[in-house]
Write a protein that binds this ligand. Sequence first.
Ligand code: KIV
Length: 261
Amino acid sequence: MNRKKITAKTIRGMKNKEKIAMLTAYDYPMAKIVDESGCDMILVGDSLGNVVLGYENTTHVTMEDMLHHTKAVSRGVKNAMIVTDMPFLSCHLGVYKAVENAGRLISEGNAQAVKIEGGEEVAEVVKAICNAGIPVVGHLGLTPQSVNQFGGYGMRAKEEKEAEKLISDAKVIEAAGAFCIVLECIPKELAERVSREISIPTIGIGAGGGCDGQVLVIYDMLGLFCDYVPAFVKKYADMDTAVRNGVVNYIDEVKKGVFPQ
Ligand code: KIV
């Protein structure tokens, strides 16, 4: 099938028409599979810190890590829109530095958009990056880069006050110029309300089926990363078992002299 390159405009136009499918990828072969399978958006998530680099959380991921993996992903992708995460502190040291970092992810990394965690407190930065011609994806609810502030990865915005703040943040981030917003681990009724009250698409993860699209960490949904799997994840494959079986068979055949023939 002759697919077109997906852009921020394509994604905005999908609201209320077609659900948006997004998955993470961190390297060339996986990005190629995800793209050729028809995924709309590929997120080079800073979850790479947990599922690829073996860190405890995403606060250890650097700009250089994100650049390295975004470049690898971009070499495997023809059609999907590549969104890459602005890593920890990359947009908190002044607007100038934030625009410079976002620019590097686009010009050196070859991404088409950046994702920024946070609400009103990052609105100025979102606006400046959009003004530089760089599409921005917002990220509200559970924001893993703030894990040390929140003390864990539980569901967010369960209380009325936090829910109202999240709705207001979504509107502020939309007004700042973001073209879609990831909603992570919030009650499904709240995600539905945000999706109704803003005109840009919402992409849910652990936020129910009422969002305009869904995203999952690819190694979670393929069953390859098993250290910690959030309850909302659906496993579409069991790669851990498949890889283990392959490796055990190889070792066995080498030991027995069966391979190479
Ligand atoms: O880093 C990541 O993979 C993400 C998704 C969980 C949305 O931000």
